[in-house]
Design a protein around this ligand. Sequence first.
Ligand code: B4P
Length: 222
Amino acid sequence: MIYYNNINIGIILTKQTIFYLCSYNSKLFLFMLNIVIFGAPGSGKGTQSEKLIEKYHLTHISTGEILRNEIEHDTKLGQLANKYMSEGQLVPDEVVIDILDGLLGDNPDSVGFIFDGFPRTLKQGEALDKMLNKRGERINVVLSLEADDEELTNRLIKRGEMSGRSDDTLETIKARLQVYYGQTAQLKEYYANQGNLALINGIGTVDDIFGRIENTVDKLKY
Ligand code: B4P
């Protein structure tokens, strides 16, 4: 528990969740912690999300994972998504925005979310702001994992060799990087203008990078 003037800040750890509580003049407030984990393909979004979930007990939403699951089960949505993903292109905005909207509705009591791989376009970013506003929430921080193209390409090729993921081939990786710089990277300016953007050096060991993330996230609460 931290005390500052009339403000007390603390964390309550229950079996499944951590609540961030703040009391001011004896009134209690519950903080939501909404994090966007952002970056080019291969920047470590999925990897660092796992560590964030472990530490902060937030609800993880990975649009890539959801879409891959639909492909695996050969659903209508999966068949549609596969057309785009197998070529390294983005699945249409309306489709992923609908998925997100549904997931937020399914988790009314969540103490916060990690948005992994969403948003990927300005339209998705604006839609996410609107969806959170409706819940009386907002994005607290956008963690942008920064790594160069050579490192990103090497990581994804390695993963493709091990997992056989169909979009981890050299040709598709090149297309995904182009899509990132053409359609996604502009979101950094959008979030910088909101004052939410934190650039994280994404090179180094997974634990080193998570240390940088923890420094940023922990400063947010206190
Ligand atoms: P995603 O699943 O989000 O895949 P990704 O961008 O390639 O990143 P990923 O999270 O998998 O990689 P990570 O950096 O963790 O999306 C896949 C596709 O789905 C998209 O291309 C698109 O078609 C579609 N899609 C998803 N969301 C969408 C949306 N919102 N709108 C439209 N379409 C959407 O890790 C990569 C590798 O690096 C791993 O093997 C990991 O082990 C390794 N690694 C991580 N950190 C490392 C480190 N520090 N050092 C060395 N290796 C490291």
